[in-house]
Design a protein around this ligand. Structure first.
Ligand code: RET
Length: 244
């Protein structure tokens, strides 16, 4: 039955999701172990990484258990009426918590003014929530929400590559280098999320199982790989220069 595969993940999909869950949980424990080797004043970035990985672990636990989705009618299959697709809203609940934390991981070591940090977090919430609403809307209006979300992401890039880069330079060349590497990596990975959305919740061209593989790889790169690499770089910098 073709419509079954559109509304739910299969066993293989679930095995993959358990594997991603295990990666999130394991890196979380490693991050905790590392944090406890450090004095209290040097734990902020590890703390944030733990919040991010804990949230992701619970989200993947839900998806692997086939929980956290709802069927939404899709308009794009002319000959198959009443077709629905599973929209994995639990993903967006994860992102609404973790993406602001990921941005804070980046900019709290740049001396970026608080007003710019607030703008960054606001547009991040706009991006994720328009993505969620767009995914839940059955009509082509969903692309209107998608456009708002993309505009918000562009604004995030502008802040990251403009004022945040500039202010990281004022803390010293080592700060600027660490920031630039992390910001470039994050900006590239985040660009792939709207593409995954367009193919899955947007145009419904890939199945939920393929969606799980696409987002699963992105989530591993954006959370455990990014936080481990970024926190490692930060741990070599002078904490007295940061406003934590
Ligand atoms: C959506 C759809 C609307 C337009 C845009 C999107 C971007 C999402 C991003 C998500 C990043 C998630 C991360 C998760 C944790 O690891 C919401 C898909 C632009 C950039 C980094």
């Amino acid at each position: 039955n073709p419509s079954d595969s559109d509304v739910t993940i299969n066993t293989k999909g679930s095995d993959w999701l358990w594997a991603v869950f295990a990666v999130m949980l394991l890196t979380n424990f490693l991050m905790m172990a590392w944090m406890f080797t450090l004095p209290k004043g040097r734990r902020t970035f590890h703390h944030m990484a733990i919040f991010i990985l804990t949230t992701a672990s619970i989200a993947y636990f839900s998806m692997a258990s086939n929980l956290g989705s709802t069927p939404i009618p899709v308009e794009f299959n002319g000959n198959r009426e009443n077709l629905t697709r599973a929209i994995w809203y639990v993903r967006y609940i994860d992102w609404v918590i973790t993406t602001p934390l990921l941005l804070l991981e980046l900019v709290l070591a740049t001396g970026l003014p608080l007003s710019d940090i607030m703008a960054l977090l606001f547009f991040d919430e706009v991006m994720i929530i328009t993505g969620l609403v767009g995914a839940l809307v059955a009509s082509t209006y969903k692309w209107g929400y998608f456009a708002f979300g993309c505009a918000a992401l562009i604004y995030i890039w502008v802040i990251l590559l403009g004022p945040a880069l500039k202010s990281s330079g004022t803390l010293g060349p080592d700060f600027k280098k660490a920031y630039l590497l992390s910001a470039a990596y994050l900006s590239f990975i985040w660009m792939l999320y709207p593409i995954a959305w367009g193919l899955s919740d947007g145009a419904n061209v890939i199945s939920p199982d393929s969606e799980m593989i696409f987002y699963g790889i992105l989530d591993i790169l954006a959370k455990p790989v990014f936080t481990a690499w970024h926190v490692y770089q930060i741990s070599r910098l002078d904490y007295t220069k940061m406003q934590l």
